[in-house]
Design a protein around this ligand. Sequence first.
Ligand code: ZN
Length: 125
Amino acid sequence: MEGFQELFKILEEPLVRFFLWVALIYVIANVFVDRKIAFWIGSLGATYFWIKNYDQTTVLKAWGVIGAFMLTIFLGKVVFNLNPLLLLKGKKRCPMCCEEVYRKAKVCPHCHHRFREGEECDNPT
Ligand SMILES: [Zn+2]
């Protein structure tokens, strides 16, 4: 039971609860709109809700975390020309059809393109 108590302690942390709100609104919005728009609806909606009902410090901290996260992805894309989200999923993009495929794939399952060593889509969108 101690594990549960630890879990509830974490859930009492305002920052964690803020992100739970973001996740909840995101999941609901994701049903109706595109992932990126759902993300903005989730984060801005939770921000609005939180400032109205609780404090601003938590929101500022949370946006610090979101900012650092987005900066990491941005730097990964622009400076190192890789997509951290794809990397986390163990995938790459096919240069012919730009579909996501597993990094170790030798042939694209979508368009049957044969990969050379380290070959990826140059212009991922
Ligand atoms: Zn392909």
